[in-house]
Design a protein around this ligand. Sequence first.
Ligand SMILES: Nc1ncnc2c1ncn2[C@@H]1O[C@H](COP(=O)(O)OP(=O)(O)OP(=O)(O)O)[C@@H](O)[C@H]1O
Ligand SMILES: [Mg+2]
Length: 152
Amino acid sequence: MTRIIAVFNQAGGVAKTSVTQNLGYHLAQRKHRVLLIDIDPQASLTTFMGLEPDDLEQSLYDALTGEEPLYIIKGLMRMDLAPTNLKLSAAEMELVNADLREMRLKTAIEPVQDNYDFILIDCPPSLGLLSYISLVAASHVLVPIETEFKAF
Ligand SMILES: Nc1ncnc2c1ncn2[C@@H]1O[C@H](COP(=O)(O)OP(=O)(O)OP(=O)(O)O)[C@@H](O)[C@H]1O
Ligand SMILES: [Mg+2]
């Protein structure tokens, strides 16, 4: 069964993106099939994976707002990536009145889910809609914290 892990903490800068990338990398090294999903409009994960967010032909935005198939770039560091860019920041407002909005990511993942052993979702540092739909899509939640008061 595919494990879908939301890497989430409302606090910023606690290494969510670093954990997503490094955990994915080591799972892939162990021959697991890994998909990374960047659902943070900052697009740090997309950048960490060596892509230029502004140059993307498609992005997660299209799957969440236009109900396009999930756009996936294959074979980066032995992983696949659903990349994003700043355009995703508009999705939060566009989805406010959308039907079944909390299901959008879950629905986008479902057709490709069986292709992967692990799907890791890099959440933004907020409790907004993008984090909410990530938690709805996830089977597990991983909460990185820094060992300091605010992150805890
Ligand atoms: N193992 C580590 N040891 C020390 N610093 C680290 C480690 N992993 C990541 N960092 C640093 O911690 C900072 C935050 O990392 P990262 O971008 O992964 O956090 P984040 O929680 O995703 O941030 P944001 O909330 O902005 O999305 C970065 O400067 C990164 O270089
Ligand atoms: Mg991050």
